[in-house]
Each structure stands twice: as structure tokens, then as C-alpha cells.
Unconditional design. Structure first.
Length: 520
């Protein structure tokens, strides 16, 4: 069910289908905005960021969700289908079709800006705008390839289906696009990123955190190279963000604990543009603040207290036993008939009125797309892959000292001891330790234990944000979908390590228009 109104100047969906008599491509060139000065170019660049996100659909696909059963009415079909990795037959603010359109709409706007700059002769006075356009274009393609293609694997990337990479404004009606392969897409992302990043100038922005500023661009580069398995480059770019003393720019979790214990207060504080931990904030027409909020909606496919106790916010860690007061950022727990939610409010539920008298409007939130804390974990993971355990330990210590109420600096020895003795999860004995099946090599013992640790830290840090889905894909983690029934909890379905459903299907309209679908 749709709850928003959005307008795009162009989307790849319209380009594939060749429909919409009022679409951007149906206008004569003389009727389009001529991007002939800095102000016009900056204005269109403000729309070079996706207006529809992947976060909710990705989160519903993870092991952070439990099916509370058929008798729970508090869901919508699209959420149920997504939680079982089915191709959705429904539409919603957060559906994958919107994620596709939102990303390609952002790319189209970036391309229009870049084309306008090119027609002006690529003057140095527009270097900053050119840099933002290139990095924004790279980011949207990065999102798309990690949703709709297999995760990057150097052994298969040259044959794995990619996504169309659009590097210029479309000038023809009904163009034909090819998906290419994942290798080509990653190479093009890298080219745009490396060309654009040095040009970014934070002084050009009125609100720096709503644009690809230098720190956000380096954080994006760090995540990109982590997924690309280029560990040294991930470390290099993460270090540009983290400085010589990362603890000075991490989120002040203690301050969050001192806020009034209200979801709207905490979630709105989390996405403040003046918070040094927030690197890039993207406004989004998403229901995610409602879904992971103190509401009945979303209480069927939910992050429950049971998951919290055994796997996330209340599970044991290398620091010892965990309870509801272990972390500064404490979960909000809700329990009633057909309600079992354990949430950490980060993305507020905002209702934007278009007619306050008629009470008409649309739902909105703000996504903390890149943060210093997550970038710290990117660097720690890259160090682990390089077997530089002392530096990985230092980053994980910085994280736990800041995140834990006790201020404990979890040591290398404690990580090794905890994960060596923690059993792998089984269907009837759930733990946070999952069997890993990545395409790259991980040594049994200390390296694997460090990987389990950093994956758990990221799972805690990014709960509800959808990033867990990409770790599940990267590490071949299997996901049993537990379901409550009248006779007990069962595994209703399972996402196996080689399951084709680990890659989302491209939108049906795009397939009908001729784009090759993902195999099923």
C-alpha cells in the first residue's frame, strides 16, 4: 500500500518500458531546465541521492526477524513475502521497485548535473559539484549492484549479472540496456569514486551532512573496498575518516542514555546533522521509523525479545554476560497480545502534512547512511583479513569502550576465548555464532573468531538499518526463518548458503521490458 507521493525527472523503469507521456524523456530539449550556472547545477545535485531506500526490505530478509505467526494480524503482505525471500506482489513505500527507481532517479539527476558541467567546459569553479555528482552516481550504482546482483566474488564477477551502469543522460525513448557483469560495475564505481572524491569541497554545502562531504565519501570508499576485498584501500579510506584518535569522533552513546526515555526524542537525536558521528544523512520516504517503532505495525515480522536475548542486544559477548543495561543505548521492549518488539530507535517516524486540515501527507524518515562507528568496524574487519590482529584489537577496543556502559576495552584474548568456546548456532540452540561460507578464505581459529566478533558488533550497531543483509551475503550465512505456531516454534523456511534468493529479483516491469532477470 502506497503512503507517499514522489516525482522523478527520469527513472530507468520508464526508460525500459518506454511509457509515460509526461516523463522527462518525452519533453523537447527546449522545455527542459538548462543547467547553465552553478546554482541550477547545485539544485539538481540535491536530488542526486536515492529518495527510496533498501533498508527495510534488507532488514526483513535477515536473521534479525522472527515470524510471530499466522494469528498475528499486524503486518502487510509485502513484509511477509520479503521476510520469506519471495518476489513481492505488493507495493509499498519501501518496496524493491521503489529502491530501483529511487536509485536510478538519483543517477539520472547526477548525470544531468555532470552533463551540464561538461557543456560549460568542466571549469575549475565547478570542480566541487562535479566531484559530488561522480561520487553520488557511484553510490547509487553501488546500492543497486549489492541488491540486485550477486555479491562481488573475484572468481565469478566477470560472469555474474551486473546492473546497467548509466554514465550519461538518456537522450532516446525506449533505450535498450544490458546488465553487463559485476566486475564491470565495480570497475566503473571505482573510476567514478576515485575521480570524484578529491574534488569534493565541504565549504560548498549549506548543510554538509546532507551531501557527500569528504568524510562521507571516504566512508563510502572504505565500505566499497571492503566489499571489493581490497583490504589496504578500505583501511586507507577509513583512516581518512577516523583520524589518529577515533574515540574523539565516535557517537556519544552515554549522552543518548541521558535523553528522556521516549522513542521520538531518541530517534530524532540520532539523526542530528551536528552530530560528529553522522557522516551522511539521506531523507527518505520510508515506513522504517513506523515499522521499528512502538507500534503494532510490524509486530508479526519483528525483532523480538527472544532474538535480543540470544543473538543481539541482550546476548553474551566477549565482555561477559549482557543484560538490558549493558549498553548505553538500551533497547525499548514492548510486550502485549500480538506484540513482542525489541527496538533501538534511530530512524524517526516523521509525518509530513501536505494538507493539515484534511490530515493528508506522507511518511518520511532520515537514514544515517554512513557513520564514524560503522567506518571503524569496516577498518577493523579489513585489518582482520590482513591478519593484523593488534590493530583490529585496537579498533574493537575503541568501539566497546565507547559502546559499553562499563567502558571495558575488550581484549584479543577475551575475543579468542569467547568465540572459541561459543557453540555454532543450531535450530534448537540459537547463538550469535553462525557458520561462515564466504568466497574468500578465513583461517579457523583466531581469524575466524575475530570475524565473528566484528560481525556481531556490526549487527548490534546497525540493527534495523539493513546492513546485516550484506554481511549475510558476503559471508554465506544461512538464515532459518523461525515461526511461532500453536504447537511451538518451527523453521518455516531457510535461506541456504547457495540459495538464489540471496539476490533480490529485479522489478517485474523491468523484466517485461526486456532486462534479463536474476535466475531463480
Amino acid at each position: 500500500m502506497k503512503h507517499k507521493i514522489l516525482t522523478y525527472s527520469i527513472t530507468i523503469l520508464a526508460a525500459f518500458a518506454g511509457v509515460s507521456c509526461d516523463s522527462f524523456l518525452d519533453e523537447l530539449p527546449d522545455n527542459r531546465t538548462v543547467l547553465d550556472d552553478k546554482d541550477k547545477i547545485q539544485k539538481i545535485l540535491s536530488s542526486a541521492y536515492p529518495t527510496s531506500s533498501y533498508n527495510l526490505m534488507a532488514e526483513l530478509s535477515t536473521d534479525n526477524i522472527l515470524d510471530m505467526g499466522d494469528t498475528n494480524p499486524n503486518s502487510e503482505r509485502i513484509y511477509d513475502q520479503t521476510a520469506y525471500w519471495e518476489v513481492s506482489t505488493e507495493t509499498d513505500n519501501d518496496d524493491l521497485k521503489d529502491a530501483w527507481e529511487g536509485a536510478y532517479g538519483a543517477i539520472a539527476n547526477a548525470n544531468q548535473a555532470l552533463d551540464g558541467i561538461k557543456k560549460l567546459g568542466n571549469p575549475e569553479s565547478l570542480n566541487a559539484q562535479r566531484g559530488e555528482g561522480l561520487v553520488a552516481r557511484a553510490y547509487s550504482h553501488f546500492v543497486l549492484v549489492n541488491l540486485f546482483s550477486k555479491h562481488y566474488n573475484p572468481a565469478t564477477a566477470a560472469t555474474d549479472l551486473g546492473i546497467p551502469y548509466l554514465s550519461a543522460p538518456e537522450t532516446k525513448l525506449s533505450p535498450k540496456y544490458e546488465r553487463g557483469n559485476v566486475k564491470e560495475v565495480y570497475e566503473k564505481i571505482e573510476k567514478d569514486l576515485l575521480e570524484g572524491l578529491p574534488l569534493i569541497d565541504d565549504s560548498q554545502y549549506e548543510v554538509v551532512k546532507y551531501h557527500f562531504n569528504r568524510a562521507a565519501a571516504h566512508a563510502f570508499a572504505a565500505r566499497f573496498y571492503l566489499y571489493y576485498q581490497k583490504w589496504d584501500k578500505a583501511i586507507e579510506h577509513a583512516t581518512q575518516v577516523l583520524t589518529a584518535n577515533p574515540s574523539t569522533i565516535l557517537r556519544n552513546w552515554k549522552a543518548i542514555s541521558q535523553l528522556p526515555r521516549k522513542v521520538d526524542v531518541v530517534s530524532k537525536d540520532f539523526i542530528q546533522a551536528d552530530n560528529k558521528a553522522n557522516l551522511l544523512l539521506i531523507p527518505d520516504g520510508s515506513n522504517i521509523g513506523l515499522y521499528f517503532g512502538p507500534y503494532y505495525l510490524g509486530s508479526r515480522m519483528a525483532h523480538t525479545r527472544g532474538i535480543a536475548r540470544f543473538e543481539t542486544t541482550e546476548a553474551q559477548g566477549p565482555w561477559g554476560n549482557t543484560g538490558t543495561t549493558t549498553f548505553w543505548f538500551q533497547p525499548f521492549n514492548y510486550s502485549a497480545n500480538n506484540l513482542d518488539k525489541s527496538i533501538v530507535p534511530k530512524m524517526p517516524f516523521i509525518f509530513q502534512f501536505t494538507d493539515i486540515v484534511a490530515q493528508i501527507g506522507y511518511r518520511q524518515t532520515v537514514i544515517p547512511t554512513f557513520t564514524t562507528d560503522e567506518t571503524l568496524l569496516v577498518r577493523a574487519e579489513a585489518y582482520i583479513h590482513k591478519k593484523d590482529y593488534d590493530k583490529a584489537e585496537a579498533d574493537l577496543k575503541a568501539f566497546t569502550k565507547n559502546y559499553l556502559r562499563s567502558g571495558e576495552e575488550v581484549s584479543r584474548a577475551k575475543i579468542q576465548d569467547f568465540y572459541t568456546n561459543l557453540p555454532y548456532t543450531e535450530d534448537d540452540a540459537v547463538t550469535q555464532k553462525k557458520k561462515l561460507h564466504p568466497a574468500f578464505n578465513i583461517e579457523v581459529g583466531e581469524q575466524e573468531n575475530f570475524i565473528h566478533c566484528v560481525l556481531q558488533y556490526r549487527r548490534l550497531l546497525t540493527l534495523h538499518e539493513g546492513l546485516r543483509w550484506f554481511d549475510i551475503r558476503r559471508y554465506g550465512i544461512e538464515v532459518p526463518r523461525y515461526k511461532i505456531t500453536p504447537t511451538g516454534t518451527i523453521v518455516a523456511d531457510r535461506l541456504t548458503k547457495d540459495d538464489l534468493r540471496r539476490t533480490f529479483q529485479v522489478p517485474d516491469d523491468v523484466i517485461k521490458a526486456g532486462l534479463t532477470p536474476n535466475p531463480r
